[in-house]
Design a protein around this ligand. Sequence first.
Ligand code: ATP
Length: 755
Amino acid sequence: MYLKSLELSGFKSFAKKSSLEFNASISSIVGPNGSGKSNIAEAFRFVLGEQSFKSMRGKKGEDLIFNGGKDSQRANRANVKVLFDNSDHTLNVDFDEVSIERVVHRDGINQYLINGSEVRLRDIIELLAGAHIGASGHHIISQGEADKILNANLRERRTMVEDALGLKIYQYKKEESERKLEKTEENIKSVESLRREIAPHLKFLKKQVEKVEKAREMKEELKDLYREYFKREDIYLKLQKEDLAARKKGPQAELVALENELEKAKKILAATKEKDSRGEAIIDVESKLKIVRSEKEVLTREVGRIEGEIAYLEKNIKKQKESTSQIEQKTVYLHELEALRKTIDQHASEAEGKTDVAAIKSLIYKIRDLFRNFIESNRTKKDQAAIGDLENELANLNEERKQLDQKLQKQATEETGLNNEYLRLKNEVEKGKDTSLEAERKMLQVMARQNDIRATLNSLQVTEERFVLEETDFKRELGEAGVLLGREATEYESFKIGGEASARSEQLERRRYIEKIKIRLEEAGTGAGEDILKEYTEAEERDIFLGRELEDLDKSAVSLKELITDLENRLDVEFKEGVRKINEEFGKFFALMFGGGKASLEVIREKVRRRRSDEDLDLLEAEGYSRAESEADSALGDEGIDINVSLPHKKIKGLVMLSGGERALTSIALLFAISQVNPPPFIILDETDAALDEANSRKYGDMIENLSKFSQLILITHNRETMSRAGVIYGVTMGGDGLSKLLSIQFEEAVVVAK
Ligand code: ATP
């Protein structure tokens, strides 16, 4: 790593943009008092993240901004940029060149940039710590600060040495880990209190869930119990049904047969009863026969008469037909003649009243036509009518005779029937006297048997009614089980049972047991089962989650503690090792400066003014530290660094007794020793050589050349000897305008400029 350049603008007296290139291992900055040289050293502090304005001779950010000169206005911001060659990647970023820039505005706002990108102050500090450059600036020794390390107290000195040894990075890490540990412990506490808070609720829920689970088990058990019960009940009922049907079948069939027999016997008996009235029937038939026979006689007589009439008429008709053929035999009806005369009389009296011959004549013609017509119509028509009448009469008689014949026929059939009946009745009366007795006996027997069978069927009916009740119960129980436990409980068909048939008493026992479990289930009260289960699962998950989180936190607390211990150990080991190495160099440099003598650093414990309070001791004890140890420990303070010196040929020991020059030499020796052990990339020394005489200045110069092999050096000086060792010299001047100006100059000029 290599410091390439520094660029200032608006920073203190450097109003205009000014830059310094450091392309030599030793660069010197020279110039008269008050020209602005120290402002350059401060610009380095500033850009590297210094937060103490005091160490930059200011009170606030604004003090660092160019405040205006005679002819120039004040600046709004101060800007410093430092550029490093990072091709060896000492700075832990992926760039070969790294620029760090800081800007402060009048309102006090600071901006930090790495390679032009704005970053946090912390990023800059961390980046630089990796290269042993810290803002605390052990490698930047300001004017008058040469013996700062000698003036510092034990602890400050330790910090400075740690910083110089590059142990700051461990310190940062340790502090960061401690912060993390603190945060982790806070988290642990809050998680623990959260867990404590939910614990009672979780416990309550767990109990509830146990109840719910118990109930669930009971339900499962109940389901199986039900299924077995139903299966067996089903088998039982089916068997019962078959049995009933079988037992009813015989008696029912017999009852039908008996009914038939009874019917037959009844008929026989009824027949016997008929026989008793047979006498009457015979008489009845006999009287009917008489009537029929007498009616027959009347009819026969009537037929004879009608036949006589028919014969007469037929003879008459024949005679009529023969006479009609002779005209003179024609007959004229009187009423027709009278009607004719009436009409003629009318015409004749009309003619008597007329005088007109023609009219009279016409009436005479009318009368003559009337006569003619009368005669003519009688000639053809009159006899035909007489024959028609006779023929009608004959037809009527024939019809009458036909009807009589039919009546006679019927009468004959009736007679035959009555006669047969009579014979049969008579015959039956003779037989059938024993069949009646037999039938009566049979009927009594059948009726007795019927009563027996009905009794049997009645008792079967009672059984059947009981069976129906059982069947209804079965259905009801199925329904109940379904409602209580879901369909599963009713799916008994597939349920496997050992031994199909079992005693009814066992089945009733099963039912009682089911009822018992049901009551227990009801007592368990499983209403909100699902909700409880869900709530418990959630609460438990949360608790498990918190538990895991606690575990993780504990783990990370443990590893943080380990890390801290580890860092402390490394810090301790490296610190002591560093001090040992520094001591080696310190002794050498010291002897070189003073031409002998001894100097060394000593790690000691600070004396503690305050004993640990009882309260603190209690706390420590609670954390596992033994009380005695803590008390003993409290007597010891933190470790610090003391400096022991003994000058050659002098009896002086201890820093306080050294002269100003001796103090300067001692601190330079220590500074160089430290820088030698852990060389920073660059060192800025602001008039560290001010107090040296010529001889010591040479020694100083030698040491500087030696040191420049390890670190780049920027020396602000008035010292000619020092200037002579520089590869690059910058002159700083300030004119009447109050603005610092930079110029690159040669050694000879430098000697002039420095004055
Ligand atoms: P010496 O050799 O005496 O140590 P030097 O060269 O180190 O002097 P500095 O102390 O760096 O000089 O410069 C101080 C000068 O810078 C003073 O003149 C002071 O007025 C000027 N200065 C300081 N702060 C500002 C500022 N904010 N604006 C303008 N000028 C400033």
